[in-house]
Design a protein around this ligand. Sequence first.
Ligand code: TYD
Length: 392
Amino acid sequence: MKKFLNLGLQPLANSYLDHNNLNKKEKKFKLVIGFNPKNYLVSILNTVPKEQMFNKDYPYKSSESSTMRRQFKNLSINLKKKFKPNILLEIGSNDGAFLGNFDKKKVIGVEPCKNLANITIKKGYKIFPKYWDTKLAKHITKKNKIDLIYSANTLSHIKNYSEIFKAVNASLNLNGILVLEDPSLLECIKKIAYDQFYCEHIYVFSAISLQKVLNKFGLEIFDIENLKTHGGSNRYYIKRKINKTIQISRNVKKNIKKEINFGLHKFSTYKKFSKKVSESKIKLKKIFESLKNKDKKIIGYGATAKSCTVLNYCNIDKKYFKYFYDTTSFKIGKYLPGTKIKIKKYKKLKIKDTNYVFLGAWNFKEEIFKKEKSFIKNGGKFITHIPSPKII
Ligand code: TYD
């Protein structure tokens, strides 16, 4: 593993603080990112035990985003039409935003965060509140194997990928399919979106790295869709290599070519990226400093895990901020880890509250700009660090 980026000492990005533990010492870890030249995997080097990240206090709920709800709905229609699965399993079913689109008798969920698992259990879904591994996979599929496994923004959170794919192999039908969706490394590197790296995102996958890894487990990618979610994601359709009934789409070659042309297989690409990240830090800090010197206070929009990484890395704390706005009920009234900036319940932006808004949820830029049309029309400005820091 060759190191290329050091994002410093970081708190756990989703461990929001409440008033009572505001002065307690936070757990921090060194966020260093490396590249494996053998299998092209990019991953964080010092991982945090899963129990510290994915537990009953996990704040992220897929259902709270209208973009995610819409996307899951459309996908479920397509999957039913294309693959007609009799039985479907979701790894990381969260609060059921995807699963809820299927017949209760035909889906199984795996979700280790008990607060989230309970939401779907109460609705009558069959959910295993456990971490995904071979033992669980064998237990679940003792009687019937699975036709389709779906997992979005979850497999990249699991350190032991051998265990993931062994468990997939143990539970899938011979003609079964795995649909896996995660942020795209190509988009992350292109956009200088270094905030994709935080404790939970152990890997940021590329098609070339997945291809290498899957090969070891007798699996292969047969199609790839490029998505806008999470700042640019890929949806990989995966089958067993021995299954010759499905043709490999031209999209696979196309995506691999794009990645190779960009140099995702070369360490030098990541060194260049790392240099740009350092430059980004300096530029963003300068913007905040100059606004502070003019006595401007900034509001943050979307108290994301990504914001946590950026602000801690750039040493931008509550001195510069009035507060963050967020729509997630769990986050309201809490404070961002590390920087301790207060999170308030979202209200439509008004010039009288602030002229400057830091776009923490830059991955929802279009949705947000549409919502805040009148703020923009009245001269309101956004600060973004993607792809390079500027005021827009
Ligand atoms: P997310 O994209 O999941 O980012 P991360 O994985 O880095 O935490 O989170 C988006 C956050 O932004 C979520 O807390 C909700 C918030 N948000 C708003 O407050 N208002 C909005 O209009 C949108 C789109 C998101």
